[in-house]
Design a protein around this ligand. Structure first.
Ligand code: HEC
Length: 450
C-alpha cells in the first residue's frame, strides 16, 4: 500500500515537473516570437523585457496588457483581409503566456534562462541613408504634433526602392516619434515652408522642419511608404517597387509629447528594389473632406471613389489624430459584391503602422473603393484633448483632425503590357505641379493621384 502511494506521488511529481518544463519551453518560445521582436535591447518598444528578471519585474503590467489585447499591438480585426505580420495571438498561446505570468513563481519558472538572441540585422546600405539637416524639438507637453521635414536623397540612392527603414530602430524606443510617412518632393515645393533659422545664435532652437502635413501636390504623404514604432521597416512584397526621383523627400512625422523636451530628426535608409520588382506603386488618398465635429458629436463619414481601371491594392496606410476611433476600407464591384480590406474598431495612433496585404487584392475597373471613418468628439473618447470637448475641424493634431487613408496600388494594365512603370503617376509633375499648395488645403476633393 505504502509503496503504491509513494510510487503514485513520485509519478505525479515527475509528471508535473515534466508538464512545467513543457510549459516553460512554450512560454519562452511564445515570448521570443510574440514579444521580444519589439522588447529587446535593439528594438523600438520603450520597455526592455528581454530577461527573466525584467519580465518578473513587469509581470503584472505585461499580463494585464496581454489579457486586454493591447500587447502584442495589432489594430486590424479579424474581418480584415489577410495581412502580413498579423500579430493576433491564438487562444493557446495567450493562455500559455497568461499562465506563465500568473504569479512571481510561475514567471520565474517559465522565463528562467531566457536568452534574447540578437535579432538578425540586415546590412544597412549607408549610401541609401538620409535625414533632414536639422532636428526639431518636441515640447514636453501638449499632445500629438505633426512636423514635416525635407531631406535630400543621397546622390547615389537607388532609383527604384522596395521600402525604407529606420536606420537605428533602438533610437525609436525613447523618441516621441510615433508615425512617419514619406513622399517624393523632387521640385522641393515644400522647401518654402521650412522654418529653420540659420542664424548661429538661434541654432540651439532647432527649428528644423515645418508644421504641416507633407502632401506634395495631390500626391499624399505615404506615397513612398510609412514607418512607425511598431513597424520600423516598411517593405513592399516582392515584385513591387516605388519610383524614387532624384531630389528631396518629405518626411511627415507624428509625435507625442513624452514629458520632456526631445529632439526628433528621423534617419532613414532606402531598401533598393531589384530587377524582379517591376510593378510600380502609386497612391490613392481618401480623407474626410471639410470635416466638422461639434462638441459631443460621434459620427461616421464615408469617403469613396470609383476605380477607372483594374488595380491591385498592396498596402493600406491610415493616419489619424485624437478624434478618429474606427476605420473600414471596402471595395464593392459592379455586381455589388463587397470585400473588406481593413477594419479597425479601436484606432490608436500609438500602434499605427502600414498594413500590407498577404495577397494583393484585385479591384476591377468600375468598382467602388470606400473608406468609413468613425469619429468621437465626446468626453468619453480616451484621447480627447479638450475638457469640455470643443468644435473640431479638419486640421492638424492635437486640436483638429486630419484622418486619412492612403491605398498603395499597382496597375494591372501595366502588368499585362509588361511595362510596369508606364501608367503610374506618383511624381508631382504629373499632378498639380510645382506651384501647388503643399498643405492640406489643396486636398479639396477625396482625390487619388490618378
Ligand atoms: C510590434 C511591437 C511590439 C510587440 C510585438 C510587443 N510590444 Fe509591448 N510595447 C510596444 C510598444 C511600442 C509599447 C509602448 C506603448 C506606448 O508607449 O503606448 C509597448 C509597451 C509594452 C509594455 C509597457 C507599457 C507601459 O505602460 O510602459 C509592456 C508591459 C508590454 N509592452 C508587454 C508586451 C508583451 C508581454 C508582449 C508580447 C505578448 C509585447 N509587449 C509585444 C511594442 C510591442
Amino acid at each position: 500500500m505504502f509503496h503504491r502511494t509513494a510510487f503514485a506521488i513520485i509519478t505525479l511529481i515527475a509528471a508535473t515537473a515534466h508538464a512545467q518544463t513543457l510549459d516553460a519551453v512554450e512560454a519562452k518560445r511564445a515570448w521570443t516570437t510574440h514579444c521580444l521582436g519589439c522588447h529587446n535591447a535593439s528594438a523600438t518598444a520603450p520597455l526592455q523585457l528581454d530577461s527573466c528578471e525584467r519580465i518578473v519585474r513587469h509581470r503584472v503590467l505585461a499580463r494585464m496588457l496581454i489579457s486586454d489585447g493591447t500587447m502584442p499591438p495589432w489594430l486590424p480585426d479579424a474581418t480584415s483581409a489577410p495581412l502580413l505580420h498579423d500579430r493576433t495571438l491564438d487562444r493557446a498561446t495567450r493562455t500559455v503566456l497568461l499562465d506563465a505570468l500568473a504569479t512571481r513563481e510561475s514567471a520565474l519558472r517559465a522565463f528562467e534562462g531566457l536568452i534574447a538572441a540578437a535579432p538578425m540585422e540586415r546590412e544597412l546600405d549607408e549610401r541609401a541613408s538620409f535625414a533632414p539637416l536639422h532636428p526639431w524639438t518636441v515640447p514636453a507637453t501638449g499632445g500629438m504634433r505633426i512636423r514635416s521635414f525635407l531631406a535630400e536623397n543621397p546622390a547615389n540612392a537607388p532609383t527604384r526602392v522596395r521600402g525604407v527603414r529606420v536606420s537605428d530602430p533602438a533610437s525609436m524606443a525613447q523618441s516621441p516619434m510615433r508615425f512617419l510617412s514619406l513622399v517624393a518632393d523632387p521640385a522641393r515645393t515644400l522647401a518654402r515652408l521650412e522654418e529653420f533659422d540659420p542664424r548661429e545664435e538661434h541654432a540651439h532652437q532647432h527649428t528644423g522642419g515645418f508644421e504641416s502635413m507633407a502632401g506634395v501636390g495631390r500626391t499624399p504623404s505615404g506615397a513612398l511608404g510609412a514607418l512607425s514604432r511598431v513597424s520600423p521597416t516598411f517593405e513592399l512584397p516582392r515584385g513591387f517597387a516605388f519610383d524614387l526621383p532624384r531630389g528631396a523627400v518629405a518626411i511627415e512625422t507624428l509625435s507625442e509629447s513624452v514629458g520632456r523636451r526631445a529632439h526628433i530628426q528621423p534617419r532613414l535608409t532606402w531598401i533598393a528594389a531589384d530587377d524582379h520588382d517591376t510593378r510600380t506603386i502609386s497612391a490613392r488618398l481618401y480623407f474626410a473632406h471639410r470635416l466638422v465635429l461639434e462638441p459631443d458629436e460621434i459620427s461616421t463619414r464615408m469617403v469613396g471613389d470609383i476605380v477607372t481601371r483594374d488595380i491591385d491594392v498592396v498596402a493600406i496606410i491610415v493616419k489619424g489624430g485624437a478624434f478618429l476611433r474606427s476605420v473600414a476600407v471596402t471595395s464593392t464591384d459592379a455586381s455589388l459584391c463587397s470585400t473588406t480590406l481593413l477594419t479597425i474598431r479601436d484606432w490608436r495612433m500609438a500602434f499605427a503602422e502600414p498594413w500590407i496585404l498577404t495577397q494583393p487584392m484585385r479591384v476591377s475597373a468600375g468598382s467602388a473603393l470606400d473608406v468609413r471613418f468613425g469619429f468621437d468628439n465626446s468626453a468619453h473618447n480616451p484621447q480627447q484633448p479638450a475638457r469640455p470637448p470643443r468644435r473640431v475641424i479638419q486640421g492638424l493634431p492635437p486640436d483638429d483632425e486630419d484622418a486619412s487613408v492612403v491605398l498603395l496600388v499597382a496597375d494591372v494594365a501595366a502588368l499585362d503590357e509588361g511595362n510596369a512603370g508606364a501608367m503610374s503617376i506618383t511624381s508631382p509633375t504629373n499632378s498639380l505641379g510645382a506651384g501647388a499648395l503643399p498643405s492640406r488645403v489643396n486636398r479639396g476633393t477625396p482625390a487619388s493621384s490618378e
